[in-house]
Design a protein around this ligand. Sequence first.
Ligand code: 4AD
Length: 429
Amino acid sequence: MRVYIGDIAQSVGETVDLKGWAYNTRSSGKVKFLELRDGTGIIPCVFFAGECDDKALSVFEQITQECSVRVTGTVRKHPKHEKVFELGVKSAEIIGASPNYPITPKEHGIEFLMENRHLWLRSRRQHAILRIRAEIIAAIRDFFDGRGFTLTDSPIFTPSACEGTSNLFQTQYFDEKMFLSQSGQLYIEATAASLGKVYCFGPTFRAEKSKTRRHLIEFWMVEPEVAFNDMYDNMELAEQFVEYIIQRTLKNRAGEFKALERDTSQLAKILAPFPRLHYREAADLVKKENPEFKTGDDFGGADETIISSKYDKPVFVHHYPAAVKAFYMKEDPREPGSAMGCDLLATEGYGEIIGGGQREDNLEILQRKVHEHGLREEDFRWYLDLRRYGSFPHSGFGLGVERTVAWLCGLPHVRETIPFPRLYGRSYP
Ligand code: 4AD
């Protein structure tokens, strides 16, 4: 009977077939051990002369790291450890050989591992990260689906820029020039006028020629948009969302966090509400430790770390100078020059994980902003229509999946947060 290692507890005493890959082997006298992994778990398979046939013993000698195998045997409880199981092997067969597997248990440099990313994904650590990523994505979908939001995905090919023109990926759309989407936001502003509460979730692209530990060229972003929400409602939604992602992921993926040796005690305390700082207050904090910083500047990664280091919860910074923000952000009528944008900075120096705010809903102001940002009004005809026909206050935000994975897993770099990262200087495999 074929079973998976993850379900093995239900088969104690039974003879089962396991299929998977050889993680490790070792011998101790007459007993030989194969650590078998099948994606759902790892189990020691014990080859003991007398218990298994002679063929199985000779198969064992041919097993090399990562060859695929089928083993048949009896499931039993580990003699010393409760809740640990092993397989007493009766027979074994190699399905696919694996001569000279390049990733050995010794230390490898990061460039070598990135070059072999397709194989590196089989390691225990990468396995844990991918499971946590999948849980975060499931939490994202469940949060919005369970609160009356409708998923309305945005196009990847776009004729215009959402987040500035400096990092656009240009591509050909038959005879037309097009861009890869930097954000689905503009399109969900349209679907929000149809459905009220919407979100999009997909890959986004930024041609950023910088090598930092927080930037990917292709990353996944979830973007909710809510009709008639202002910037303050937006922050409430964002903090409930982040609390939900953290608490659910910690609960459902405890084993994976343990495998990563991630101390999650601080994350476990993160509950809404989160502190909120006006940009001016945040700038004052930064200036104390970075004398180069001037009020009006945007915060760099190190400045974000200065701000977040003062809190043990993520912190919102709102009312950024309009000059450093995108064309679509609403300027606060009570505070000209300040955008009603609100970014969320993660704890432990992980930087901005959410960017968002209230959108400009006045047609004339938005037209002026389009021009001031050097954009062509004709590209935004449809977007301006949303202000011509039943304009409405509305707000939303974008959360970057990879930065969230890096933060929760405690990873120093975003390159391990996605199966096949696209980084400046790396597009293989
Ligand atoms: O602040 P950003 O650029 O906001 C937007 O794109 C808005 N249109 C979203 C909205 O309001 N609907 O990006 C949002 C988030 C950032 O906080 C960060 O988590 C992530 O996307 N992000 C990146 N992640 C990895 N690599 C990059 N190059 C990223 N750029 C942004």
